[in-house]
Ligand binder design. Structure first.
Ligand SMILES: [Zn+2]
Length: 84
């Protein structure tokens, strides 16, 4: 009976370690979204957006910068409509 408890405890520890790893990965992905690397154009309103802009979205490995949160939201709702 003791053996079964030990195995259960090990299983739980493994699950906890696994989910902690997953959370770290999600954080790293978010960090990559943060800043625009070079000047670009807002795909919604065609305004120029400068490097260092933080209103960005990474879509299919391309970083898009936006002039405002509302342009960003419009893009998020239907990204494929705005990129060629
Ligand atoms: Zn805009």
């Amino acid at each position: 009976m003791k053996k079964a408890v030990l195995i259960l405890a090990l299983g739980l520890a493994f699950l906890q370690a696994f989910s902690a790893n997953e959370q770290t990965e999600i954080k790293q992905q978010k960090a990559a979204v943060d800043t625009l690397k070079k000047d670009g154009i807002d795909p919604i309103c065609k305004m120029k957006v400068k490097a260092g802009n933080t209103k960005t979205i990474v879509f299919e490995k391309v970083t898009y910068g936006f002039c405002s949160e509302s342009c960003k939201k419009t893009f998020t709702a239907n990204p494929k409509k705005y990129i060629k």
